[in-house]
Design a protein around this ligand. Structure first.
Ligand SMILES: [Zn+2]
Length: 103
């Protein structure tokens, strides 16, 4: 099935979100280290809360934005159905629209 220009643009955006989400995984091993350092450095819990907000911004937000990507063809979530999902799949879970390898 032919992909329109608008769909190609949206697929390019999904691919970019996917790339950012993958890169955000690099922050995951730093989470225990950050909390340990904040725990050692400060007695109050506020720095840990701030550290948690920073971790959320660096790791969770890109992952959530990626996971909530909508398919440009069927307008459902690209990676998830009601019961199953794969955030690094290459096809829409609903209509089968495929992410191109390079955009
Ligand atoms: Zn779709």
């Amino acid at each position: 099935m032919k992909v329109t220009d608008a769909e190609a643009d949206a697929l390019s955006r999904i691919r970019r979100r996917r790339r950012v989400a993958r890169r955000s995984l690099w922050f995951l091993p730093a989470v225990p280290l950050v909390f340990f350092l904040l725990d050692v450095a400060f007695d109050s819990p506020e720095p840990k809360l701030i550290g948690g907000a920073i971790v959320a911004a660096l790791f969770l937000a890109p992952s959530m934005i990626h996971a909530m990507s909508a398919c440009p063809r069927c307008h459902n979530l690209f990676y998830y159905t009601a019961f199953w999902g794969n955030p690094f799949g290459t096809r829409c879970r609903h209509c089968g629209l495929e992410l191109p390898r390079t955009t």
